[in-house]
Design a protein around this ligand. Structure first.
Ligand code: SF4
Ligand code: SF4
Length: 190
């Protein structure tokens, strides 16, 4: 006798994404406009509309083990192009949050490392400290001189600073991180 899933189980993943991002993938008509405009699509394992389809079909494993949302640059091109006004970039963010909370890492460990160092920089300073990020990432990935030739040019144009340019109240940013963590954990527990 085959086992039948009830309505809640069938839509469990869609509902989780909805609760974290506020975006309902049921509205997606699979037109593909998000993927055709994505500047990173050529590097992605699955196209953005395929990720949306996995969520619609409750294919958690497939969606959460794709590298697509780790590579997403959050440029929001997909979100502004979507005829159903779905914020796909927000969904990509929700998938990253789920993976971070569940300890699911992308296949290429450099992606996870970059993500951790980037978020840590924002948590400490309230904004990204580019020089620190580059140095930490290069050391963590054992390529200390990667892109070193670009440094002098970026310094001369004021794009890199020697010390971090902190926001006035970095503690308020840390509070946001802490509240977000509690919020995500509570949704994943439901
Ligand atoms: S653009 Fe919107 S409706 Fe079209 S496939 Fe992407 S998410 Fe779905
Ligand atoms: S937000 Fe991410 S998925 Fe959307 S177009 Fe930009 S890179 Fe692609």
């Amino acid at each position: 006798m085959p086992e039948f899933l009830n309505r809640e189980d069938i839509h469990a993943f869609r509902d989780l994404v909805l609760s974290l991002s506020g975006q309902d993938v049921s509205r997606c008509i699979q037109c593909g406009k998000c993927s055709s405009g994505c500047p990173i699509a050529y590097e992605m394992e699955h196209l953005p509309n395929q990720i949306i389809r996995f969520i619609q079909l409750n294919m958690q494993e497939k969606a959460l083990h794709s590298d697509t949302f780790w590579l997403c640059a959050v440029c929001e091109t997909c979100s502004v192009r979507c005829p159903e006004s779905i914020d796909i970039a927000g969904i990509m963010d929700a998938l990253r949050k789920i993976c971070r909370e569940r300890g699911i890492k992308p296949g290429d460990s450099r992606i996870a490392r970059f993500n951790e160092i980037f978020l840590d920089s924002i948590k400490r300073n309230g904004r990204v400290y580019e020089l620190g990020l580059v140095m930490k990432y290069n050391l963590a990935t054992a390529q200390p001189f990667k892109d070193a030739s670009l440094g002098p040019v970026m310094f001369s144009k004021g794009k890199l600073k020697v010390s971090p340019d902190k926001v006035r109240d970095p503690n308020s940013v840390r509070t946001i991180f802490s509240k977000a963590k509690t919020f995500i954990a509570s949704k994943l527990k439901d």
